[in-house]
Ligand binder design. Structure first.
Ligand code: HEC
Ligand code: HEC
Ligand code: HEC
Ligand code: HEC
Length: 178
């Protein structure tokens, strides 16, 4: 195929994706990790073992209840003032797909940093970086982290991006990447 034709085809594909990507919805961690398994870096395991996976559960703990009480709030797991950084949905404000298995218990899921996934979750889109970005995928780095890791967090001390990223990084091994 001629290069110009390839570009045209690519633009058409991206255009189609944009057209239907108006309002991406959250699909939940279980759907992402159906694909992101051992061979491609096991993002599933790394995330499951990270503090983010327990962020909602934390709101049911004694420390959270004490903080909420001190602030004159009710149950922290029901307070928007806490949920906004401790669950994907409250953070993104994105809609949920009707059939989704998304539950607040997933805490800070993949989509908090990568964007709501309904429009980019297919293999064909995922393998094409430009198409995935056009469909709402984000590669949220430091500027995303500090939307939650900041002084508005009642337990905030400091945020060192390099140190914190090292604790949760989840690269695709080179052999798995094309
Ligand atoms: C149908 C399988 C499938 C599903 C479902 C899926 N992915 Fe992917 N994803 C892939 C493949 C294949 C790639 C490209 C190869 C790779 O990097 O592993 C990829 C790549 C990525 C990348 C890197 C993109 C880039 O351009 O560098 C991110 C980030 C990502 N996926 C996040 C997610 C998130 C978040 C979800 C859930 C909302 C999700 N994926 C759901 C298969 C999938
Ligand atoms: C939607 C809000 C949100 C975003 C975005 C976010 N985090 Fe977090 N992060 C949290 C919450 C909440 C906790 C505490 C979870 C718990 O312990 O229950 C946390 C905990 C952590 C921890 C564990 C800290 C420890 O002392 O054990 C690390 C590491 C971390 N985040 C790194 C990052 C990095 C790096 C980014 C950006 C790439 C990021 N986070 C983005 C909300 C967020
Ligand atoms: C601006 C975002 C943000 C808000 C709002 C927020 N948190 Fe957090 N929370 C975080 C982050 C990020 C962490 C982990 C790092 C830190 O302590 O700042 C965390 C950690 C915690 C921890 C400690 C977890 C541990 O094991 O160390 C508790 C408890 C907690 N939050 C309770 C609450 C309660 C209760 C509320 C509501 C009153 C709340 N948070 C509101 C972002 C937030
Ligand atoms: C706290 C934020 C955060 C969460 C949660 C998160 N990621 Fe990521 N992810 C990132 C950042 C930041 C990068 C690196 C972006 C870059 O390289 O520019 C990344 C990179 C990736 C990549 C590409 C890795 C590579 O080497 O190319 C994949 C695939 C991916 N994430 C999948 C997932 C999946 C699946 C989940 C949930 C199980 C998840 N991520 C949860 C922030 C996050």
């Amino acid at each position: 195929m001629k290069k110009s034709l390839l570009v045209l085809v690519a633009l058409t594909v991206v255009g189609a994706v944009v057209a239907q990507a108006a309002e991406p919805t959250i699909i939940g961690v279980p759907k992402c990790v159906m694909c992101h398994k051992v061979k491609t870096g096991d993002q599933a395991k790394i995330w499951t073992e990270s503090a983010h996976a327990g962020a909602f559960a934390t709101l049911k703990g004694a420390a959270a209840i004490a903080i909420a009480k001190e602030k004159g709030l009710g149950n922290p797991w029901e307070e928007a003032a806490c949920l906004k950084c401790h669950t994907t949905k409250a953070f993104l404000g994105a809609a949920l797909e009707a059939a989704t298995k998304w539950v607040p218990e997933e805490g800070v899921g993949c989509e908090a940093c990568h964007g709501a996934g309904s429009e980019y979750k297919s293999k064909a889109v995922m393998e094409d970086h430009a198409a995935a970005v056009a469909a709402g995928m984000k590669m949220g780095g430091k500027e995303t982290c500090v939307k939650c890791h900041n002084a508005e967090s009642p337990t905030f001390k400091a945020f060192d991006y390099d140190k914190m990223w090292a604790l949760i990084k989840h690269p695709v091994p080179e052999a798995a990447a094309k």
